[in-house]
Design a protein around this ligand. Structure first.
Ligand SMILES: Cc1cc2nc3c(=O)[nH]c(=O)nc-3n(C[C@H](O)[C@H](O)[C@H](O)COP(=O)(O)OP(=O)(O)OC[C@H]3O[C@@H](n4cnc5c(N)ncnc54)[C@H](O)[C@@H]3O)c2cc1C
Length: 459
């Protein structure tokens, strides 16, 4: 079997996983080409820049418990980043609440609702749940009142499928991800009281953000890739060609690149299709981003806020200025990023520009801007494959796809989109490190550990 040193390594996708794999393998002495469909690197973590404003795709910031990921980030961000505590909120029945939902928020809810939520949490001690869907998971965690009024509508609006038909993994990953720093336990009254009593000891976790926007991290890494002799081909969709148990070459437009190894971070469904395997039912959610350039100030200083109400077009709003002041052209400007989920190619996707007024009107409705006159520009961006949709039977479909692709041993899946994995950037970084470590070990470089990869000590 060919190893990463026996020919070219082709990496499909220049997002977090693809770029970092390229960087680490180049440092180890491999020949690497990255093929990226878009006009820039960064994938889902890329940024958009217009007239001094920088917007990411919704709220993006780094957090990791892994010291190797942390060391790698320190190396490539080169000290040009800011650390800040989280400020996120949820807009519910016309009011703003701190998010993650804090026990004390229950007391601020309308009285009958709060009373019902407390009774639910008490009764949950005696209820049995069969955790086979998002619905059941959240009922167990928060009880029927909060589920009905809070989580059900948001999930349905965001994902577009019935929470009873959504796999519990969506709740396990999504909710835990959303409450990343609070580790809140509210399944029942005992846990609620415990959390309430210990909440004063809660220490806030700081997040890391590159000073000028997320793009800065990917720009630095891409610079390192090219300085090490790596090639990054942009604006080009890759196509796999293979048979008899291996991928022989990868096409970048009209150019055929013979390869020893392929790292695939593009949609898993595209890999199965290109290699003639059965295409699994693994859909990805699309997203429209409305990047609103505002003159003046906004009344709330959250970094991001969830909007679950069905009459509001967006499901989340984020404000890059509260990640870093360097993302706006001057102190009296604010960028407001509004997320609207959809499916690629559907009515919303095709006619996204028509919803611009609706987005702006809803910003006025929720009190984020005082009038349309405050808005001097709205940029609409269509984002493909933002989230893997975890429908109820996705694990079986994923298993079949993985097994099919395993018959091509020189093809390696990586990252969020390539592995159909609802993950965060730190997971894609860790995943790239583990994959590179394995590929280098298979090529005889057994002594390399992740900490050496993180520190660039592999030559
Ligand atoms: C709205 C939103 C908010 C988020 N917030 C955070 C956050 O705060 N913190 C955090 O850690 N993570 C966050 N994430 C998750 C984070 O964006 C991802 O974990 C990370 O970007 C995944 O990187 P990746 O390289 O694994 O995948 P991707 O970014 O999906 O990379 C895949 C790449 O492949 C390219 N591609 C696709 N098809 C082809 C083809 N045929 N040929 C060539 N190239 C192709 C794509 O253009 C893309 O660049 C968020 C995600 C979203 C959507």
């Amino acid at each position: 079997m060919n190893t990463v040193f026996d020919g070219h390594v082709v990496i499909v996708g220049g997002g977090v996983a693809g770029l970092i794999s390229a960087h680490l393998l180049l440092e180890a002495g491999c020949q690497v080409t990255v093929i990226e469909r878009g006009d820039t690197v960064g994938g889902l973590a890329r940024s958009f820049q217009y007239d001094g404003f920088a917007f990411d795709i919704g709220p993006h910031r780094f957090h990791t418990e892994n010291p190797n990921v942390s060391a790698y980030l320190d190396r490539v961000i080169e000290g040009d980043g800011t650390m800040f505590p989280r400020r996120s909120e949820v807009y519910f029945m016309g009011k703003y609440y701190r998010w993650p939902l804090h026990p004390k928020n229950l007391l601020q809810l309308p009285k009958t609702l709060a009373a019902k939520a407390f009774v639910d949490l008490g009764l949950n001690n005696f209820r049995e749940y069969e955790i086979d869907s998002f619905e059941q998971y959240v009922l167990r965690q928060y009880g029927p009142t909060l589920y009905e009024h809070f989580f059900k509508g948001y999930s349905q609006k965001f994902l577009g499928i019935d929470p009873a038909m959504t796999h519990p993994d969506w709740a396990k990953v999504g909710l835990n991800r959303a409450i990343i720093d609070d580790k809140m336990q509210m399944q029942n009254l005992t846990q609620l009281l415990k959390t309430t009593l210990t909440q004063f000891n809660n220490h806030e976790i700081d997040f890391l953000y590159p000073t000028n926007g997320m793009w800065q991290a990917w720009h630095n890494i891409a610079g390192r890739v090219e300085a090490l002799g790596g090639r990054i081909i942009l604006n080009t969709s890759a196509r796999l060609e293979g048979g008899n148990g291996r991928v022989d070459r990868v096409w970048a437009g009209e150019e055929a690149i013979d390869c020893s190894t392929v790292i695939w971070t593009a949609p898993i469904t595209v890999a199965t299709e290109q290699l003639g395997l059965k295409t699994p039912n693994l859909p990805y959610l699309g997203m429209l981003i409305y990047n609103v350039c505002v003159e003046g100030t906004v009344p709330r200083d959250y970094q991001w806020c969830y909007y679950g109400a069905s009459d509001l077009v967006f499901s989340r709003v984020s404000i890059p200025k509260f990640f870093s002041e360097a993302t706006v052209p001057h102190a009296n400007a604010v960028g407001v990023c509004c997320e609207v989920t959809c499916m690629e190619g559907d009515e919303r996707w095709r006619h996204a520009e028509r919803m611009t007024d609706w987005v702006v009107d809803d910003l006025v409705k929720v009190g984020m801007i005082s009038s349309r006159r405050q808005v001097h520009d709205v940029h609409v961006e269509r984002i493909k494959e933002t989230y893997p949709i975890y429908h109820k039977t996705y694990p079986g479909e994923l298993e079949i796809a993985r097994r099919g692709l395993e018959t091509f041993p020189n093809l390696h899946l990586a990252g969020r989109t390539g592995m159909f994995w609802y993950n965060n950037m730190d997971h894609s970084i860790e995943n790239a490190m583990q994959l590179c470590k394995r590929l280098l070990r298979d090529a005889g470089k057994a002594e390399i550990e992740e900490e050496h990869l993180a520190a660039g000590q592999v030559a």
